[in-house]
Design a protein around this ligand. Structure first.
Ligand code: OAD
Length: 253
């Protein structure tokens, strides 16, 4: 992709912006080999029932099934690497005085690519916490027998530190994400279907407060009609081209 691929409004507004926010979803990690959730055939929720795997009730019913499914995903994300889309976002952080990266992903790939200011709305799959006490465990080991590891403090089951359906998002992270979205001059929504709330309302907060809003996604989403611009393509191609166009020096970093 070359400079002519991007409208001049996008280039100028990004160059001048002091406050930029990006909201990412599963699509940004797709090119790293992490499955998305809602895509037909390949999406996780096309193959597995979230009510059986991603709710507190499911964990109460069958903790081992849920634990094993997350253990499989934890191993999967540990085995993959950031892709050019993640690295491009890490480069933006060096050019914009306040760049906030809000992610719905739990895979740590933004941090592995070098992004520092990352708000994890849905937790992180590499952490575990006590199901009873909600305390994150720094040190834990897999149970040897055919069961789920237990909390050394209270004996309750350990669970992944991710947000399940029906659970609250971490309130402080959500509050800071809303505030960043409202203050954004440019807001990028990348690789998300825009279906899950409250994440999906963040771009709308930005719209209401006058930000230039841009979607990067190969297909139309529920958010597309709110956007000033939709850049259609995989984020691993579009984002590096965009960043190199807006900040040509960044390619030499
Ligand atoms: P979805 O699976 O709903 O949407 C993924 C989006 O990524 C789709 O719009 C795809 O078109 C797009 N996509 C696919 N490949 C892409 C690529 N290479 N580049 C850019 N975009 C691409 O995933 P999310 O919107 O992230 O929540 O889903 C939101 C939440 O729903 C997840 O965080 C998860 C899930 O239930 C929890 O687990 C709490």
């Amino acid at each position: 992709m070359d400079e002519s691929a991007f409208p001049s409004d996008i280039i100028e507004r990004l160059r001048q912006a002091r406050r930029v926010v990006a909201l990412t979803g599963a699509g940004i990690s797709a090119e790293s080999g992490v499955p998305t959730f809602r895509e037909a055939q390949t999406g996780l929720w096309a193959q597995y029932d979230p009510q059986e795997l991603a709710t507190p009730q499911a964990f109460r019913r069958n903790p081992k099934l849920v634990w094993d499914w997350y253990a499989w995903r934890r191993a999967l994300v540990a085995s993959v690497s950031p892709n050019p889309g993640h690295y491009a976002l890490a480069r933006i952080e060096r050019h914009v005085s306040e760049f906030t990266l809000i992610t719905q992903n739990v895979d740590s790939l933004h941090q592995k690519a070098g992004s520092r200011n990352v708000f994890e709305l849905h937790g992180n799959i590499s952490r575990v916490k006590c199901f009873e006490e909600d305390i994150v465990m720094d040190d834990w080991t897999e149970a040897e027998s055919d069961t789920v590891p237990r909390c050394p403090r209270c004996g309750g089951y350990l669970r992944p530190d991710v947000v399940w359906f029906g659970e609250m998002l971490p309130p402080d992270v959500l509050r800071r994400a809303i505030s960043a979205a409202r203050a954004a001059e440019v807001f990028l929504t990348i690789g998300t279907s825009g279906i899950v709330q409250p994440a999906a309302s963040l771009p709308l907060e930005a719209v209401e407060n006058g930000a230039l809003v841009i979607e990067i996604n190969p297909v139309q989403t529920q958010l597309s009609s709110w956007m000033d611009f939709c850049l259609r393509g995989p984020s691993g191609i579009v984002l590096p081209a965009l960043v190199s166009t807006v900040w040509p020096d960044s390619t030499r970093e």
